[in-house]
Write a protein that binds this ligand. Sequence first.
Ligand code: ADP
Ligand code: MG
Length: 340
Amino acid sequence: ESQLNPNYSFENFLEGDSNRLARSAGLAVSAKPGGTSFNPLLIFGGVGLGKTHIAHAIGVEIKDKYPEKTVLYISAEKFTQQYIDSVKKNNRNDFIHFYQIIDVLIIDDVQFLSGKTGTQDVFFHIFNHLHQNGKQVILTSDKAPVDMQDIEQRLLSRFKWGLSAELQSPDFETRVSILKNKLYRDGVDMPDDIVEYVAKNIKTNVRELEGAIISLIAQSSFNKKEITLDLAKQIVEKFVKNTKREVSIDYIQKVVSDYFQMNVDTLQSKTRKRHIVQARQLAMFFAKKYTKASLASIGSQIGKRDHATVLHACKTVDNLSTTDKQFKKYVEDITKKLSV
Ligand code: ADP
Ligand code: MG
């Protein structure tokens, strides 16, 4: 049982600048599993950008070309669960052996292994065995190896052996093609201006882009209404609002501290160390920008500061991001990571 979903094919994965490297590398690996320098192939990127889709597509393609090869797709979460069960049942060796005889191993969302030292350890041994025997390993993750936390160094260094390819948010043209392709496959007609309206307004997550179109089709068919631009506006508005609501001050602090590779506790601490102060100021700035919380409330949630400190932080970030290139990049990177 390979656990592969045949709908997640390369054919259905529309190409654009945002995914060209990952897509091409995936195709190269599918043509010669274990026979390229892309081993492991690690595909990373934000939520809903197609990591799982490409991971399956590679497996589907290999199975098609090389039916005799054993290909296995598994989420890191399920892998972890299986490992824990094997330890409980006292058959850890069977678990290891099962994975060591696979030709193509695809593990989705390896960030899930963070902090799980036992599973990391067993995966390290499986990985080495497969790699030494010329077997192909494909991994996906929500971040680049350099940004992964609580993953053992020796495993991280393995992740970097092959190719790490990033999936970025698709540009407008790619978003339009993705939607048109989906509509075509579902046999639904939709006027171009409506498709373009949706593609224009939902930018950072392909799953949501498709979700908006699905709910547009459903709304129109259940209510026997025509698909109009007005209906599209209502639906897109709901989607955009829902995404915005997900950005909480906690989430912002988490994203900012992850970005600077520190703990949230450090970000909130009383220290005057410059890089920590800057991280804290950025968190305050984004909290002001993306939540409805008052300055006082932001201050109390980010290290128990007062509203004047938050106001000062916002001004500082505004100033620095126009005068300091590095700082401007921080703001841009974090904005992307927050996906708003
Ligand atoms: P991730 O694993 O990165 O969170 P998924 O692989 O689950 O994202 O993708 C979310 C949805 O978006 C899926 O339905 C997938 O088919 C679709 N999708 C993402 N990128 C593309 C693309 N380039 N072309 C077609 N569909 C895409
Ligand atoms: Mg996924």
